[in-house]
Each structure stands twice: as C-alpha cells, then as structure tokens.
Design a protein around this ligand. Structure first.
Ligand code: TNX
Length: 559
C-alpha cells in the first residue's frame, strides 16, 4: 500500500514536471521533544511558493526573512515573503498567550500536511526556534536545476528544558573580531543557545571601552608579548598583542545577538584577574605596582586592593558603563581565583576588615586549589563585602549579579547567581540556599580542553583531562538525590566555556566548539529520558553539513 502510494505520488510529481531529489529529515540536533512523522506522505516545497507571517509583527517578519535565506542557501528553493497570505505554503503564526505576559515561552509546533508547513508559537522567539528546526530538517544540497524538497508529513512539538543555555567565549586571553563573534552567535542560535557569556577582561588584556577611563582599554588591552607552548615554560614570542571593543561595536553585537534571541552576559572579572586594569591604574593594587599586562597564563597573586576606596569607585564606573551598553539582566562579576596573599599583608585591606568587623570563622579551611579562596577567612569575607557593594549597585539598575562559585566562600548575599565551575558542588550548595545556579562544571563543560584522547591529533590546547563529546553528553545537571523539587528549580541551566589561553584563531575556536556544542545542546535542551548518545551520533552528520555550509571549522572525530 505504502509503495503504491509513493509510486502514485512520484508519478503525479513527474506529470507535474517536478522531480524531487531532496527530502527533509526531522532527526535533528537538539532533538525536539516530540516528533510524529508519517513518511508515506510528503508535501513538496518548491520555488515560487510563499512564506507568510500572519501579523505585522516586525520580529516574525525578520525571522521569515532569515528562513527564506536559509532555505534558498541550503536547497536552492526560492520562496517569496508575504504578510497575511492564508494560502501560503509556509505559514508562521503567532498566538500571543493570554496568560502571564512576562513569561517568554520558547514553545512552538510545526505541522506539515497537504496544506503545507505551519509553524505556531506564542512568542516571536518560539517562531525563531521553529524556523531553526525547519532549517535543520532540510537537506544541504546547494544549487539545483529545478529545486524542490519533499517534506514528510509531521507534527513536531517542542520547548527547551532549561531557560539558560549558554556558551562562554574568552576574548581577553585572545581577541576575536566582531565578525567572528557574529559567526559564533549564528552557530549558537543554530544549537538553540540563548546566552552568550562574553569574558571581556582578564590579567592578559582589557577589552571593553570605558569612556570615562579612556586609557583603560587603550593601554590595558595590550600585552608586550605572549608565552609560547603548552605550559608556562616562560618562552615568549616578543610580539605585542592587543585589541578591544568600542561601545559602538558592543551595541552592534547586542543587536545582532538579540535578532537571534541571544542575550549577551558581559563579564568583568574582579577582584582577581585584574592585572590589565592595574597596569593602567597601579594605585588599585595593594603594592602599588608596576603591574605589566600579564604575558602568561595562570593565577596571579596581585589583585585589586580590597581596602582602597578607589577600587570601589573604579568598579562602579566600569559596571555603570557596562550596564549602559548591555541590557542583560545578568551581569557577571567573575570573583574566581583571587588569592588573598596580598590582602593578608596590606594595611588598607586589614583596616577595612577591622572597620567592617570581619573575622575568620574558627573552621576556616584555608585556600583551595588554583589560588581559590575556600574557607571563611576574614579576607574572603572582605571579598564578599565588595561583591555585595557591586550587587547593590547592579540591583539599583535592575540587574542581577552572577559570580563563579568562589563567591560562595565568604557567604552569598542578596540575589547572587552562582556559576558552578569547580564541579557541581558549589551549584548544589547555592541551590540549597535558594540561590539561582548555572552549571558549568569543568570536567563536563570546559571546551578549552582536548576533545580526543590522542592529543597529537588535535591542536595544542589546555592540557590535562579530556572533555569528549560523550563526556559532555553524559552530564546531568539536576541531581534529585541532593536537591528538593523546590531547590531543583534554582538550576537555570547549563553553559559550555571556551577559554582561549591556547586558542588564538577563529578556526581553532570553532574546532574546539564543534561538534561538542552539538552534544552540549542536548544537555541544555532535551529531557533526560530522550537522551541517547548513539542516536545523537547518527543525527550529527546532517548538522555537520550545516557547519560546513556556514564555513566554520570543526573536529572531524567524535569520541
Ligand atoms: C579556570 S573558570 C579559570 C579560567 C581559565 C580556565 C582554563 C574560571 C572561573 N577560571 O581563568 O581560563 O580555568 O581552563
């Protein structure tokens, strides 16, 4: 029967002069929640048909335009755009929800049947997700003679598991151009990611223009040389290295990201990882400097002075302008890897500790690895005080503070959100205190680490352990045994981090990112019961064709 039907259909198509060599396949990455397909019947999409968006919604129009471009680029099928055409082959319908208007739902559905392709959503972002799903379902065949695509009948229903689906790009250790970042954002959108964590400052370079402090970016962005090789062998290239983003460029990226439903979370890392600023303003350090912009990697013992009132003034100037440029609710203040060696000996820091009445807890466990500040020493509490000052400053502007999990050490304050990177311990602890959490544990989410077991087969990068696709894929961020149902809701989502100590070029950055972001996207998007690594591997090659079409590099092996 099925064979008969297919035969009749192809006969009909041939009579109509249509011979379709291309067929859609809904086995995409990340896998939608529910896909009910009927492969015995197809709708044929061909040039001259239309895409209609049935409101005068500007966002829907933009998404329709993007979809039109993707379809043509992938399949050669040229569709026309129309608003409000009831007979169009592709319809994008918005049904604004009458419920809670503040809840932005990413939910969408796609139905393909004899009348064509209908995408429905209750907010414009849902239509964008639907358009991405359709795009990923279409083949990548390039230019064709008389192009058309067969789409098997289907009903797709989908929405993401987590609201925060992030990727970090470190633009401090190495600088990436605005054009590269746009491509990075396109790749993120392809994977359904919605938070771009932009690491804008570190010991090795300051990348954000602060208008009130023009020297900060001008001088703080340049290091005189860069260490060569895997570890810190202290062999340098002796080539000055720099680059920073003007506020205009940042705004342009905010717009570009927003059109792809991505929020930019800017990070200025404080009070550690600040040598690039201290180089320009040595009075901000406990010893007075001089402080060169760091030419090598690691954790530096010179950090911002916690007791100098100028430190807080400086930070408020910086975070004030950061808030002007970035509309994000989330503002990242770093807070990681801040050794307290200087603060212990600094008269200003000790005076401030006294003034605030801070004392070490009896069970202070001292400092942890990589200069991390575990334990409730008076100095860690001074850092908490500093965080709290910034948190209140941000709160006045309607923003929420995110910090790396070290911000737990001196005690969490206010609404602070914890980004758990040294495993998931910090995240669990924060959720138990009813603070929001983003899980980004290094052993699962650090894509600066090698993806293949054989290090010799890949470019040199952060060494030590392997973070393979399967390792990432196996990550389950919500631990029912450790958290109550209420506490589990504090887990906003998951993030992959691309640190760039050893990643200097876009090709290498995308090699580190792909296809691992594919694996990460299923952790971020899919329900645990849907996940199956072997099945993921079968779906990946079709996504990789899109990587190739987009012109981005990738690792060609999956482990
Ligand atoms: C730790 S993650 C860091 C980064 C490094 C990274 C390298 C975090 C908060 N700090 O400064 O780039 O390891 O893997």
């Amino acid at each position: 029967m099925d064979i008969m039907r297919a035969y009749c259909l192809s006969l009909l198509l041939m009579l109509a002069g249509v011979v379709c060599a291309q067929r859609a396949d809904y086995n995409i990455v990340p896998l939608p929640n529910a896909v009910a397909v009927d492969t015995t019947q197809v709708f044929v999409l061909q040039s001259g048909m239309t895409i209609a968006y049935d409101t005068h919604d500007e966002e829907a129009a933009r998404t329709a335009q993007m979809l039109q471009g993707w379809i043509e680029e992938q399949t050669g099928v040229k569709l026309e755009l129309k608003s409000g055409d009831g007979r169009a082959a592709v319809k994008m319908q918005l049904f604004p929800s009458r419920g809670n208007p503040s809840a932005v739902s990413e939910m969408y559905s796609i139905v393909v049947d004899k009348s064509g392709i209908i995408m429905r959503a209750i907010s414009p972002v849902g239509l964008f997700r639907a358009a991405q799903t359709l795009r990923k379902s279409l083949p990548v065949a390039g230019k064709q003679q008389s192009p058309c695509v067969e789409l098997p009948y289907v009903t797709i229903q989908d929405e993401p598991r987590f609201s925060y689906r992030g990727v970090l790009l470190d633009c401090a250790r190495h600088f990436f151009t605005v054009d590269m970042i746009k491509q990075f954002l396109d790749v993120m959108a392809l994977h359904g990611c919605n938070q771009f964590h932009w690491h804008l400052s570190d010991d090795q370079g300051w990348r954000f223009e602060v208008k009130a402090l023009p020297d900060l970016a001008k001088k703080g962005s340049v290091r005189e040389k860069t260490v060569i090789g895997p570890g810190n062998m202290r062999i340098y290239d002796n080539i000055p290295y720099g680059g920073y983003y003007t506020q205009e460029e940042c705004r342009e990226l905010v717009r570009y990201a927003a059109e792809r439903y991505i929020n930019i979370v800017p990070e200025i890392d404080m009070p550690g990882h600040m040598l690039s600023a201290m180089h320009v303003f040595p009075e901000l350090g406990c010893t007075g400097g001089p402080y060169p912009v760091a030419p090598h990697w690691g954790v530096m013992r010179d950090v911002l002075c916690g007791g100098n009132p100028k430190t807080l003034d400086f930070l408020k100037t910086v975070f004030g302008e950061l808030c002007d440029v970035f509309p994000s609710e989330f503002i990242h203040i770093g807070g990681d890897e801040c050794p307290k060696e200087r603060w212990q000996k600094c008269a200003k820091c000790q005076a401030k500790i006294k003034e605030l009445g801070l004392t070490s807890d009896p069970k202070n466990t001292g400092e942890g690895g990589r200069g991390s500040q575990d334990g409730r020493s008076a100095e860690n509490k001074l850092q908490t005080w500093l965080n709290h000052e910034i948190e209140q400053f941000l709160a006045q502007r309607g923003r929420s503070l995110i910090g790396w999990d070290e911000i737990l050490s001196g005690g969490l304050t206010g609404n602070a959100i914890v980004m758990s990177w040294r495993g998931i311990k910090g995240g669990i602890e924060a959720a138990r205190q009813q603070h929001r959490v983003i899980m980004s544990p290094n052993v699962y989410a650090y894509i600066d680490h090698p993806q293949l077991k054989d290090y010799s087969k890949q470019p040199q990068t952060t060494d030590s352990y392997q973070v393979s696709c399967s390792k990432i894929y196996s990550f389950e961020p919500v631990i029912p045994d450790s958290l109550t149902a209420e506490q589990q809701k504090c887990i906003l989502g998951v993030q992959a981090n691309l640190w760039t100590e050893h990643v200097a070029y876009p090709e290498h950055a995308f090699y580190q990112l792909l296809p691992r972001l594919g694996a990460m996207s299923e952790v971020q998007w899919c329900r645990p019961e849907q996940k199956d690594f072997e099945n993921f591997k079968k779906r990946l090659p079709r996504l990789e064709k899109l990587y190739d079409l987009m012109g981005v590099q990738r690792c060609r092996q999956v482990e």
